[in-house]
Design a protein around this ligand. Structure first.
Ligand code: M6R
Length: 366
C-alpha cells in the first residue's frame, strides 16, 4: 500500500507529478491555450463582482490561502483577506452579500473551517470550497467548488494536497483575472503554458532528492531553524517551518525575510540554520541582501534557488536548486525541498513521520 516507499509521506511527496497531472486533467490544455474550471465558470459573475474575497482555512491549507492572496491580488485586483478559521468563527466578522469566501481544506472535515463557513453562509456570503476529499462535509455545504484531485493523503503531513491547492487556486485566479480583464491575453497564455510544465518540473525537482537528504543529515541535530522568504515564497517559508516542526520536532519559525531585522535576527549565531526560499523573482535582490545579513552574523544558510544561480551559491553554506518558472507558480516547486527536508530529518531522528505525536490527520474537534 506504500507502493515500495518506506512511508506514506515519502510516497505522497513522490506522487506529486501524477497528482498535479490529475488536478490539471480536463481543465488545462496548454497546446490549445485553454483553461476550463467548471465551478468558477458557473459562478463567474459572483467572482468578477466580488467586493472582496475572504479565504478561510487552517494549517497548511491556510498557507495555500496566503499564496492565493498574492495570486488573486496580482491577477484579479480584488482585495483578499486570509483568515484562520478558528479566529474567524469566534469573532464577529463583517461579512455579507457580495463577499466571496474561499474555504480551503484537504479533508473537508476540519471543524473550525466547517463552522466558519456556516457562519459566513448565514450572513449571505457566497461559499466556494477548494477541497481534496470528494463528498466531504465542506464540499457539501459550499455553494460551489473545485476539487484538488490529489487522491487520498494518509500521512499526517499535508504534501500533495498543498500543491494541489496551489494549482487550483492559480487556475481560479487566472480564470477570474481573464473574466475581469485585469490580465492581458498574453499573460493568461503565458501562465497556461507555464502551468502545463509544472508536473514535469516537479518530477525533475524530486529527482534531486539525494541532495536534500545530504542537507538533512547535516542539520538533523539542529535545535532551532529559521525559514525566510519574500513575496510568493513567504508562505512557503511558513509552510517549511510548520512541516519541520510536525515531522522532526525541531523548533522552527517562518518569517517574511524583511521582518528578520524586527526581532528574529537576535537568534542568529553559528548554530542557527536559516533556510531561505530564494528563487529568482521580483524580490531577488532584496533577499540576497537578507542572506548577506545572516552570513555577517555567522548563521548557516541553506538556500532554495533557481537552477544556475551562482550568486547565492557563492554565499550560502548549502544550496538546493529548483527549475525556473513564473514567480506566481514558484511555490509549486520551491516547497518540494522543504517537504523532503522535514521527511529526511524526521527519519534521521528516528521519528514516526507518518503519525507524529499529538497530531491527527483531520482535526474534527475544536
Ligand atoms: O484537512 P485540512 O486541510 O482542513 O487540514 C488543515 C490542517 O489541519 C492541516 O493542514 C495541518 O496543518 C497539516 N497536518 C499540515 O501538514
Amino acid at each position: 500500500e506504500k507502493g515500495g516507499y518506506d512511508h506514506f509521506m515519502l510516497k505522497e511527496i513522490f506522487e506529486q507529478p501524477d497528482s498535479l497531472t490529475d488536478c490539471l486533467r480536463g481543465r488545462l490544455e496548454p497546446e490549445a491555450g485553454i483553461l476550463t474550471l467548471a465551478g468558477v465558470e458557473q459562478n463567474l459573475s459572483a467572482f468578477a463582482q466580488a467586493k472582496r474575497i475572504v479565504i478561510i482555512a487552517c494549517g497548511t491549507s491556510w498557507h495555500a490561502g496566503l499564496v492565493a492572496e498574492y495570486m488573486i491580488e496580482t491577477l484579479c485586483r480584488i482585495p483578499v483577506e486570509v483568515e484562520y478559521a478558528s479566529e474567524f468563527r469566534y469573532r464577529n466578522p463583517v461579512i455579507g452579500v457580495g463577499d466571496v469566501i474561499i474555504a480551503i481544506s484537504q479533508s473537508g472535515e476540519t471543524a473550525d473551517t466547517l463552522v466558519a463557513i456556516e457562519k459566513a453562509k448565514e450572513q449571505g456570503a457566497f461559499i466556494f470550497g477548494v477541497v481534496n476529499a470528494v463528498g466531504s462535509s465542506i464540499s457539501r455545504i459550499s455553494h460551489a467548488g473545485a476539487y484538488t484531485h490529489a487522491g487520498p493523503e494518509i500521512g499526517v503531513a499535508s504534501t500533495k494536497a498543498f500543491t494541489g491547492q496551489l494549482t487550483v487556486l492559480a487556475m481560479m485566479a487566472m480564470k477570474i483575472g481573464k473574466e475581469k480583464g485585469t490580465i492581458t491575453a498574453a499573460t493568461y497564455q503565458h501562465l497556461i503554458k507555464e502551468l502545463g510544465q509544472i508536473p514535469e518540473k516537479v518530477k525533475n525537482t524530486l529527482a534531486a532528492h539525494l541532495k536534500v537528504k545530504e542537507v538533512a543529515d547535516k542539520y538533523a541535530d539542529a535545535r532551532d531553524f529559521l525559514f525566510l522568504g519574500r513575496g510568493y515564497n513567504f508562505p512557503v517559508a511558513l509552510e517549511g517551518a510548520l512541516k519541520l516542526k510536525e515531522i522532526s520536532y525541531i523548533h522552527a519559525e517562518g518569517y517574511p525575510a524583511a521582518e528578520m531585522k524586527h526581532g528574529p535576527i537576535a537568534l542568529v549565531d553559528e548554530n542557527l540554520p536559516v533556510l531561505f526560499v530564494a528563487t529568482k523573482d521580483a524580490y531577488y535582490e532584496k533577499i540576497v541582501s537578507n542572506i548577506q545579513e545572516i552570513k555577517a552574523r555567522k548563521g548557516k544558510v541553506i538556500a532554495i534557488v533557481t537552477e544556475g544561480d551562482d550568486l547565492i551559491k557563492g554565499m550560502a553554506d548549502d544550496i538546493i536548486e529548483v527549475p525556473e518558472t513564473d514567480e506566481l507558480l514558484a511555490p509549486l516547486v520551491s516547497v518540494l525541498p522543504t517537504q523532503l527536508l522535514s521527511y529526511y530529518i524526521g527519519v534521521a531522528r528516528g521519528l514516526d513521520v507518518d503519525k507524529p505525536r499529538n497530531l491527527a490527520k483531520s482535526v474534527t474537534v475544536e
